[in-house]
Design a protein. Structure first.
Length: 422
């Protein structure tokens, strides 16, 4: 919108005919301000808090330390946790870009070299922000690439992403503590009434700017193009919401049609996505072998069962999701034998912890452990079928583990051995 010279208020300009003008660099400079940085920062902080809490939760649910009794209800616990985690990280991407854009001139702020008392806090603040920005970028980049299964690095994704999360959250808390006075001031005054950040170099300068500053000039751009801070913050939030909608269909069936960047949503045999196919896992022949036997072992007691023996045991049904650590998830209607019933065949004690081994010979997820709270649960099955049909090879034929509220990586496919741990 172009405003004729001297048009006083936004209301007046709204009545002038629309003409298109490209924004110029100086149109943006008034948009940079603590007002924008802290409002976008609040939302960014919320995203990082959600990503951190769900990330740490996922870490413990996957690690299953023996000192922790894990929840087995609600059955969708991990599905929701792991749907939120990448959604929060994805929403953070546009917010982070706008936040960095709005504060980067501070990089060029004057360093108070001669005033030692200001110098030390100044440099410490710069260092903490450098750590925060580096850690934040590292987290969204590695997280996004992990979802797409692209690993252009040597390090372990999971342990590095986890370690850097603590660095990021620590640096974020330091940043919030240091900035609290500025944040409080910026959030409690109207968005337009804040001096542009470009002019603010030191705290002393801040005061000078404020005194000579005319707030009414700032919520609109100086030379004609109508860009307001309010619109910028709104745009940041819309962009964040759009990124969530574009990806969250992997976990939220209602959004599937809209999720153009969603990975593995609803495709795959039997309507459930697959990360590792039978072919990738090199189990095609072993899974179809008529000599297949499931071994259940507790010390020197053991049983060996064909698939037909498993089908002859009492069958139970469970509606449980597969929820991958990458964020995609899907419900399945599984049926098969209760793990507890299998453990009874070898007189395993109640709440036995077990080790489950796949026909798959190599790969990080070819075995898993299951703590007692899951082995005792009536919904924990050695599944033989999905939606009323025998498991497809990609979903773990002849038999796979399925238990409530658990990360997908622990739902071992192509199970050949269940061993009680002592
Ligand atoms: N043996 C074996 N089981 C496995 C895996 C694997 O690579 N090998 N992948 C796991 C992961 S990461 C997930 S998310 C689920 C996916 O199950 P689905 O392919 O039936 O959807 O299987 C799990 N079980
Ligand atoms: Mo997974």
């Amino acid at each position: 919108m172009v405003r004729s010279a001297g048009a006083g208020t936004a209301r007046a300009s709204a009545m002038t005919p629309l003409r298109v003008a490209a924004p110029r660099a100086e149109n943006f400079s008034g948009l940079r301000s603590p007002a924008v940085a802290s409002r976008v920062g609040v939302w960014l902080g919320i995203c990082f808090a959600i990503a951190f809490i769900t990330g740490v939760t996922s870490h413990y649910l996957q690690d299953q330390p023996t000192w922790l009794t894990l929840p087995t209800r609600p059955v969708w616990l991990y599905r929701v946790n792991q749907g939120l985690h990448p959604a929060a990280g994805t929403a953070a991407i546009p917010l982070l870009l706008i936040k960095l854009w709005s504060v980067y001139p501070k990089l060029f702020a004057e360093v108070p070299w001669r005033r030692f008392r200001s110098l030390v806090p100044h440099l410490l603040e710069r260092a903490s922000i450098a750590v925060l920005v580096a850690a934040a970028i590292f987290q969204v980049v590695t997280g996004t690439l992990n979802i797409t299964h692209w690993y252009p690095w040597e390090f372990s994704f999971r342990s590095t992403h986890y370690a850097v999360a603590w660095i990021a959250i620590g640096a974020l808390l330091v940043h919030i503590a240091v900035k609290l006075p500025v944040i409080r001031q910026a959030l409690t005054s109207p968005i337009a009434d804040d001096p542009p950040a470009d002019d603010v170099q030191t705290d002393d300068a801040h005061e000078q700017v404020e005194s000579k500053y005319d707030a009414s000039q700032v919520d609109r751009a100086p030379s004609g193009v109508d860009l307001s801070r309010r619109a910028l913050v709104r745009t940041a939030l819309v962009a964040a919401a759009a990124s969530v909608v574009a990806t969250a269909g992997s976990a939220v069936p209602l959004l599937r049609g809209a999720s153009v960047f969603g990975v593995r949503s609803g495709d795959g045999p039997q309507g459930v996505p697959v990360n590792k196919t039978a072919e990738d896992a090199d189990v095609v022949a072993a899974a179809q072998d008529p000599g297949y036997r499931l071994e259940v072992v507790d010390g020197d007691r053991s049983v060996s069962l064909r698939r037909s023996d498993l089908l002859a045991l009492p069958q139970h049904m469970a509606d449980l999701p597969i929820a991958c650590v990458e964020g995609w998830s899907a419900n399945g209607r599984w049926s098969g034998v209760r793990i507890r019933d299998l453990l009874d065949l070898v007189d395993a004690p109640s709440h036995a912890r077990i080790h489950v081994v796949s026909l798959q010979e190599s790969g990080p997820f070819n075995d898993s452990e299951m703590p007692g709270e899951f082995t005792e649960d009536p919904l924990t099955l050695l599944a033989l079928s999905l939606f009323g049909e025998p498991l497809s090879p990609d979903h773990g034929y002849p038999a796979r583990l399925i238990a409530p509220a658990r990360p997908g990586v622990l739902q071992t496919k192509w199970v050949r051995r269940i061993e009680v741990l002592r």
